[in-house]
Design a protein around this ligand. Structure first.
Ligand SMILES: [Zn+2]
Length: 91
């Protein structure tokens, strides 16, 4: 049921529900985790321009949610692009 609700919310807003990108833990509002924006790749800049042009809102491809266990680690890597950062986190 929770899954269905989250899925519908996702469909409606086109935003990613807040699950940790590393361990899939649901991040609730009282958690100390959060959304981290990584360095934009060329494709991310193009994505932004396209969204702006079409007046759309969505989850940026260079942003990801992290639970409190992974948030600090991810934050330290936010000067990297999202794929570089994930390679390091998953090492
Ligand atoms: Zn996590």
């Amino acid at each position: 049921m929770i899954y269905i609700t989250a899925y519908k919310t996702f469909q409606f807003t086109k935003m990613k529900p807040p699950y940790c990108s590393i361990c899939d833990k649901f991040i609730d509002q009282n958690d100390e985790g959060g959304l981290i924006y990584f360095k934009k790749r060329k494709s991310d800049i193009e994505w932004e321009k396209r969204m702006e042009r079409e007046g759309m809102v969505g989850h940026p491809p260079y942003a990801a949610w992290f639970c409190k266990e992974h948030y600090q680690q991810a934050k330290k890597l936010s000067n990297l692009t999202i794929n570089q950062a994930f390679e390091k986190i998953k090492e």
